[in-house]
Write a protein that binds this ligand. Sequence first.
Ligand code: HEM
Ligand code: SF4
Ligand code: SF4
Length: 439
Amino acid sequence: MIYIQSIVFLLLAIAGIGLFVRNILRIRRNIFLGKKEDRSDNSSQRWRLMFRIAIGQGKMMVRPVAGFFHIVVYAGFIIINIELVEIFIDGIFRTHRYIGHTFPAPLYNFITGTLDILAFLVLLSVTVFFIRRNSIKVPRLNSKDLLGWPKIDGNLILIIEFLMMTALLSMNAADSALQKIGATPSVGYFPVSNFIFGSLFSTFSAGNLVFIEKSTWWFHYVGVLFFMNYLYFSKHLHILFAFPNTYYANLNKKGQLNNLESVTKEVKLMMDPNADPYAAAPEGTIPEKFGASDVTDLSWVQLLNAYTCTECGRCTSNCPANITGKKLSPRKIMMSVRDRIEEVGKNIDKNGSFVDDGKSLIGEYISAEELWACTSCNACVEACPILINPLSVIMDLRRYLVMEQSAAPQELNMMMTNIENNSAPWQFSQSDRANWTKE
Ligand code: HEM
Ligand code: SF4
Ligand code: SF4
């Protein structure tokens, strides 16, 4: 029997971890369907940024309530996972609290006491998050961007974390009750779980307590494996990707837009009196497309951004276009990029390589109306706590509309024609430009 339990434990671990690795590799493949972009510079600055923004949660406290409870969940989650070491040892070797019998009692009591308190704090925080979403109905978490799966996902993740923490606390309390009646050796310190469940569990028989202890232990273990695999389908992927995403963030000043190399070359050529306008362009210098119409025209950093987005809506709630009733939502832009790259990835999985599905990011997922509503103010970039850049996506899609489709709004087309003909955005000729000085 003991032998079978260890085998079941190991088989579950292999299946759970195997699926998780497969999912991560699939996402990695999808991200690198994006165009090359060199972000290998300034590694020490990048490490500092990651420490400050992701590990140190540097931008989270801008919204103090969400920020505070998030720090509790974040720190609690990471520390509580230390427990997995013991779960693995006990699961494989069918021991009971192996570390407790190996470490000095005061140290083990300190560890278990801390984890017990943290589990309760995480439970409290996810409850606050749930109330914030469903009772207080914070507008940015209840807008139409989140209709359907994103709304369900937001709640589901909180419910899963709630159940896992409840299982952990019940397991500790049942263990403690068994220790009190001498059914198991006394080990560990569980102040909060005893406080919550202690008096209730003291009325239970040893058999019932063993059942609770064992079933909650298995529930917690299977829950961790399920949670790992659920990440792929969820905005919760951020718990892994927030770290690389902040590391590879844009280090340039926010207002600095990247010029297209091919266009810069073209302009330089126009300005060079010695250049031969009929000379053929050197091989490889003409891009297959200006700007981006689909996800594979975006860079891998932009696709990583999309997978990292927490759908928190801080960008959208700061977007002047959105606030003044325009169709644009930078959060929805990032969600659309993720939905489309997932669709492209599934297409590749099914067909071996991408088979044209007649769709693209512009049109099917993001409309020109949304793109032209953007004022390029950078408020979304400034607001994002994980350094995502929705504006860069908007700009690349607009570039496609302008340079490949000549589909800019009429006002812009007029301005660009004026620049082309008059070297100024106004509608009068260069020779009249100094007329005002005559008055
Ligand atoms: C590693 C463990 C982490 C856990 C367990 C975790 C957990 C959570 C949970 C449960 C939520 C949902 C809150 C809600 O429903 O409103 C959330 C949201 C969020 N997380 Fe994390 N997170 C982790 C890491 C990170 C990191 C490293 C960052 C980077 C700064 C981050 C940034 C965010 C943001 C921006 C939100 C949206 C918060 C809002 O609504 O304003 N998380 N996280
Ligand atoms: S840059 Fe565009 S999308 Fe971002 S906040 Fe400003 S108007 Fe909104
Ligand atoms: S882009 Fe950033 S601010 Fe906007 S929803 Fe995603 S994580 Fe939040």
